[in-house]
Design a protein around this ligand. Structure first.
Ligand code: AHR
Length: 679
């Protein structure tokens, strides 16, 4: 809850480099009646924006890829989630049939996938029963069902591509029957049959297509049955729906659509804490994530506690960048584990430095190099552009600070020696032996909007002589879980006005975490930007705030000042421990799109009441008619959800009476982008 605005005195709050004295930015209180705020934009006082200001950040958290962006529908497809049991797989059989399923380590596809699922069909009925299409007469079918990541999504007129590795034994001479069916087995949505499984490991593929009249549901399972006595060993059972750009082993189209609409300019991956894990085995090791998917061993995700099949590997991250025209910002493991173990600089760190060099070679090397050749073999002969590599993640945590200078320096010298053009990002400021190209700053504003609003001015007076900043993770939290609500979005938007005004210094930014599977048990970290279940997805309110900022962003930053800034006293009752504080309630930034002849003026009104403001533009003529994009809702806790995916979304309306000077009332609890046409 936001307390009502303080009726005091006018507050004067200056934003922008042109009007700031050396003392920097601070609220000034005057013993006068409050005057209407004035937002001044000076088009003659401009500096270049950052073309990379808005990006996205991602890692395997909250089932972001497993059961998320990576379109695979089968959970525990390689049977490695548990050493004891085939988790998420269950025995399915006809009433008259007999059989068992077990994990079998004596039979396996290869060294990467050291365990198989063994189906023993011990039915005694004679001979194979043919699957008779629409009206089967099954008697001795035995097999397994997989319930997917909180359900298998069934949609009408949809083609699903199934594949599995299998080996037959003990006289198995039947077929493998595949079906998508309701959880109780009563309704079959699609089916296929694979015959001729041999006594050697082979890959088998089939297509299952639903009919046009199927009702969408996630209450479905994937079933794989043997129809005669004998043994069938299975490895890597996979099921893919259609993917973005029809890429094999590809990504979920609805989530990619949401991302594409943000127009992100870079992707920071693969973490986050996911880079680090708790041990060499549970960190992200790119070498285990390339090559054919059935030769990737997967790994236990040391950061977030569940198994990663690593179908979402380095090449998939890179093609994701390619598909959305994003610059890759690749983080490499730098010796710090989450459990505080550190690999010190020196010979012990050298293999990890070499890993980083190999990863860079995989991304950028020509096909004559070892890792460039591997990339070509994996299906992508053309090298990718790579400008940014981050050394580690949050190395101030877990006692990492005192060793980071030496660790960073070891990576820096080795990478710069081979790739002088690559810009290296340090995760903390205390690097003194060499000069990082950028510092990655992270901040979670976890006390309603107090700290986010305070942070909105933190870069107005920052020293421009040091490295540039990538704001690699931010979010206003303390919301109504699971995804960000309007109150959080207001905090984020206020903060983003500060980044826009200071885009010469903070050149890149990204919200985190990006994704959340909203099913109970999937969440590692509320609050998140995009939510989904098996069937559908939605952008949070912060998603729409970010989209308003990133899709209305020019090439030039215009000096923007607010006079008579209204303030209010906020308490921390929406979560977090920040002290109650008097903070600004109106925020603004402006950029100019030279080619389009537009000025985007962004204004955030955090108050629970409408805020009239006078807008004055200097150095430019403005047409009388423009547009306004407005994001608001009745309550700070209003949020989008699976049930109401567009409850709080921006609305575009005509804006009239514009010019060099005009007045406008900004709705309570709102983010506004005014699209001004220059004459
Ligand atoms: O975004 C969630 C986590 O927050 C990231 O993995 C980590 O970098 C940060 O602490």
């Amino acid at each position: 809850m936001i307390a009502s605005p303080r009726p005091f005195s006018a507050a004067l709050l200056l934003f922008g480099w042109s009007l700031l004295g050396p003392g920097g930015l601070s609220p000034t209180l005057h013993a006068q009646p409050a005057a209407a705020p004035v937002i001044r934009v000076n088009a003659a006082s401009a500096k270049p924006g950052s073309p990379l200001l808005y990006g996205i950040m991602t890692e395997e958290i909250n089932y972001s890829y497993e059961g998320g962006l990576y379109a695979e529908l089968i959970i525990n497809r390689s049977f490695q989630h548990s050493a004891q049991n085939p988790d998420y797989w269950s025995l399915v059989k006809d009433a008259a049939a007999a059989g068992t399923i077990t994990l079998d380590r004596s039979e396996h596809l290869n060294v990467a996938l050291p365990v198989s699922l063994r189906i023993d069909n011990t039915s005694v009925l004679p001979g194979p029963v043919p699957d008779a299409g629409a009206v089967p007469a099954p008697r001795q079918r035995v097999g397994v069902a997989n319930a997917g990541y909180w359900g298998i999504p069934i949609k009408p007129s949809t083609t699903y591509r199934a594949s599995f590795f299998a080996k037959a034994g003990n006289g198995f001479a039947g077929s493998v029957l595949l079906s998508l069916e309701s959880n109780d087995g009563a309704t079959v949505f699609a089916r296929a049959q694979v015959a001729g499984v041999s006594g050697n490991w082979n890959k088998y593929e089939a297509v299952l297509t639903t009919s046009a009249n199927v009702q969408p549901t996630a209450g479905a399972r994937f079933v794989l049955l043997t129809n005669s006595p004998g043994t069938l060993w299975l490895s890597q059972v996979s099921l893919f729906p259609p993917t973005w750009n029809n890429r094999p082993n590809g990504l979920r189209p609805d989530l990619m659509r949401l991302l594409a609409d943000l127009e992100p300019k870079f992707l920071r991956f693969p973490g986050g804490n996911y880079v680090e894990g708790n041990s060499p085995e549970t960190r992200f090791d790119f070498k285990k994530t390339v090559g054919p998917v059935h030769e990737r061993p997967g790994h236990r995700n040391g950061a977030w506690g569940y198994f990663s099949e690593d179908g979402m590997g380095l090449l998939e991250f890179l093609t994701w960048c390619e598909d959305l025209r994003m610059e890759p910002v690749v983080a490499v493991f730098a010796g710090l584990f989450l459990n505080s173990n550190v690999i010190p600089a020196g010979p012990q760190l050298e293999p990890y430095v070499q890993d980083a060099l190999d990863e860079i070679e995989y991304i950028t090397g020509d096909v004559g190099t070892k890792w460039g050749a591997q990339r070509a073999k994996d299906g992508h002969p053309a090298p990718f552009k790579l400008t940014y590599v981050e050394i580690g993640n949050e190395d101030s945590l877990n006692g990492g600070t005192r060793t980071y200078d030496a660790r960073f320096t070891q990576f820096y010298r080795a990478i710069k020696a081979k790739h002088p053009a690559i810009k290296l990002i340090a995760t903390i400021e205390n690097v003194t032996s060499v000069t990082p190209d950028l510092i990655d700053d992270h901040q979670y504003y976890n006390s309603g909007q107090i700290t986010a609003r305070q942070a909105a001015t933190r870069y107005d007076t920052a020293d421009r002589n040091g490295p540039r900043i990538i704001f690699g993770e931010y979010a206003t939290r303390g919301a109504t879980p699971p995804t960000s609500d309007l109150g959080n979005a207001l905090g984020d938007a206020a903060f983003l006005t500060g980044l826009e005004r200071n885009a010469d210094h903070v050149t890149m930014s990204t919200y985190a975490p990006l994704f959340l599977n909203v099913n109970p048990g999937a969440s590692n970290w509320p609050t998140d930007l995009i939510g989904y279940d098996a069937l559908s997805s939605f952008g949070s309110v912060s998603y729409y705030a970010q989209k308003m900022f990133s899709t209305h962003y020019g090439d030039t930053v215009l000096a923007t000042v607010i006079e008579n800034t209204p303030t209010e006293r906020l308490t921390a009752e929406r979560g977090g421990s920040a002290q109650p504080a008097v903070v600004p309630s109106l925020f603004a930034s402006a950029t100019r799109d030279t080619a389009k002849g537009l000025i985007y003026l962004k204004v955030v009104n955090g108050l629970g009441t409408p805020q009239p403001g006078n807008i004055e533009l200097a150095g430019v003529d403005i047409a009388a008619n423009g547009e306004a994009v407005v994001l608001t809702s009745a309550n700070l806790t209003d949020a989008n959800s699976i049930a109401e995916p567009t409850k709080v979304v921006p609305k575009t309306e005509p804006a009239t009476g514009l010019g060099r000077r005009f007045t406008r009332t900004f709705p309570a609890r709102s983010v506004t982008v005014l699209i001004l046409k220059t004459n």
